[in-house]
Design a binder for this molecule. Structure first.
Ligand SMILES: C[S@@+](CC[C@H](N)C(=O)[O-])C[C@H]1O[C@@H](n2cnc3c(N)ncnc32)[C@H](O)[C@@H]1O
Length: 246
């Protein structure tokens, strides 16, 4: 791929959101799980880096968590202000966050780090704006996803724009190289549970037959072959306290 600029990534996403709006985004029901994984508590402050259309910000508000979002795309921020009207949302790059050091209890970045021009700088910034003892939740795609091996291609729905796919071990190495210890790594199960989620569309067959079969099949796939990983992280100087789950 030729060298890209932040402007080109921004333009790609602005077009994407202007054309598709909320159509390609996961529904509201897909987001509370990330707050559960973090153990996020009411009264805390959460920064969602690359907040997209703001669904995590809305889920955080529903739990009385003060939420702030940043995204490179103006169109995403426009949508996020509609979806999460109580959140503070601004246009900005994850590699240069406009917040003071030690501001947030939780920092999230879902399905986005892989599109950063400088992933390492993005992680350093997330770490900088986090309070000591803060937790991070980062969801990233797996280069070794078994479905892509079967289909004979690789990449998510945004593979056309600067997408870095890595294996489970490589993501771990990247986080650790930037001082973030892995507290927990779990599979992203959204696609397996979507037919059974609250408010899901689809008939009885999907809900009560295909849904449970899909969910069971997904559970049998080892973590290293899953579609995306959801990492819960903390600064390495805190990580010795963490229960490590492979
Ligand atoms: C797949 S969307 C995910 C949105 C949201 N986190 C979610 O889960 O619904 C990826 C988002 O990353 C944003 N993005 C890409 N590169 C970025 C960067 N360097 N800094 C900030 N946001 C970025 C895009 O504008 C887009 O909104």
């Amino acid at each position: 791929m030729p060298t890209l600029s932040a402007g080109a990534v921004k333009t790609w996403y602005n077009r994407h959101y202007a054309a598709k709006g909320l159509q390609t985004m996961r529904p509201d029901a897909a987001y509370p799980v990330f707050l559960d994984l973090l153990g996020a508590t009411p009264g805390s402050r959460l920064l969602d880096v690359s907040c997209g259309a703001g669904s995590l910000l809305a889920a955080a508000y529903a739990r009385s968590i003060e939420s702030v979002g940043v995204d490179l795309s103006d169109e995403a921020v426009r949508l996020a202000k509609r979806v999460a009207p109580t959140a503070e949302v601004a246009v900005g790059a994850g590699e240069a966050l406009a917040f003071r050091a030690g501001t947030f209890d939780y920092v999230t970045c879902l399905g986005s780090l892989e599109h950063f021009l400088d992933m390492g700088q993005g992680l350093e910034e997330m770490k900088r704006v986090a309070k000591p003892g803060a937790r991070f939740c980062i969801m990233v795609p797996n280069q070794d996803f078994i479905g892509w091996k079967v289909l004979g291609h690789q990449g998510t729905a945004q593979q056309d724009i600067n997408e870095h796919l890595q294996s489970l071990a490589a993501w771990r190495r990247l986080f650790e190289a930037h001082g973030l210890g892995v507290v927990r790594a779990s599979p992203d199960r959204w696609h397996a549970v979507r037919w059974r989620a609250p408010g899901a569309r689809g008939g009885v067959v999907k809900r009560f037959l295909l849904g449970p079969i899909l969910e069971l099949a997904w559970r049998l796939i080892p973590l290293r072959w899953q579609y995306q990983f959801v990492f819960v992280l903390e600064r390495r100087d805190q990580a010795s306290r963490a229960s490590r789950i492979p």
